[in-house]
Design a protein around this ligand. Structure first.
Ligand code: F6R
Length: 261
């Protein structure tokens, strides 16, 4: 795992957007894993801009989202399908049939999860996974005690997550208590991943996930086992880390990062 600290939210978002656009240019049939949430909104806006300004071509890209609420139809304004169309898919030239999210409105949820894993496999696995981190330390909706080897499955949302997200619903009581999520094991299978976290409210959980012990109580700590994971944070989200000088040295000096200053 490596940590990159940028001076501002804008610079952190810019770096992830640049790295993602570059990955699409390098591999036009990229399999891209996607997250939702407030942090990602800025990223999708910037990726859409890069698509317009630099003709980043998504026509051959397949995407797989991490999660979807159980009980919401894809047309529901609070569903993650709706979110993805609104913030990203409607602004780029991706083929609708290449955008994959679990369907939380089907009757047989277990079958939906099994099919989702199968489709990821059929597409060749996730090349690049984008992640955010929740207050519980979740990635996707892998709440505390999610098994390190878990696959796509239904998961009960933790009270902190309900607290974090319910105000996004017109009627907070309508927020589902369960979701389908890729498992920690599914995420660890991705070839490359970026976790983007910004703002002071993420600093404590980022410190635990990055510098704390690997524990199923904080699913993001499992990323320490990932072969190629980069955590990209702004100064505020980095505030509780202890090795910041070292992380900054890496960005300033390692050859891999010199084109991204
Ligand atoms: C949702 C997801 C979650 C979010 C996390 C952070 O698809 O993957 O893990 O990334 O809850 O959400 P924000 O960015 O709203 O703080």
């Amino acid at each position: 795992m490596e940590v990159i600290i940028r001076e501002s939210v804008e610079k952190a978002v810019e770096l992830v957007a640049r790295l993602t656009s570059d990955a699409v240019c390098r591999k036009p049939d990229l399999v891209l894993g996607l997250a939702t949430g407030r942090t990602m909104e800025r990223l999708y806006a910037r990726l859409a801009e890069m698509h317009r300004e630099e003709n980043i071509d998504y026509s051959g890209v397949n995407t797989f989202n991490l999660d979807e609420y159980i009980g919401l139809s894809p047309q529901d304004e609070n569903s993650y399908r709706y979110y993805m169309q609104k913030h990203f898919f409607d602004h780029i030239n991706i083929k609708c049939e290449n955008t994959h999210l679990p369907d939380g409105s089907v009757e047989d949820i277990d079958e939906e999860c099994r099919k989702y894993e199968e489709t990821i496999k059929k597409c060749g696995g996730v090349d690049l996974q984008l992640l955010g981190i929740g207050r519980t330390g979740h990635i996707g909706f892998n709440e505390p005690l999610s098994a390190m080897l878990s696959r796509t499955r239904p998961k009960a949302l933790a009270p902190k997550t309900i607290e974090q997200n319910k105000h996004l619903f017109d009627d907070p009581e309508r927020m589902p208590r369960r979701a389908i999520t890729m498992g920690v094991g599914t995420i660890l299978d991705s070839r490359r991943c970026f976790l983007l976290a910004t703002g002071k409210e993420k600093s404590a959980i980022i410190a635990k996930a990055v510098e704390g012990p690997i524990t199923s109580m904080i699913s993001a700590s499992a990323l320490q086992l990932h072969p190629h994971c980069t955590v990209i944070v702004d100064e505020a989200a980095a505030a509780d880390l202890t090795q910041n000088e070292y992380y900054k040295w890496i960005f300033d000096n390692e050859p891999e990062w010199q084109d991204y200053h």
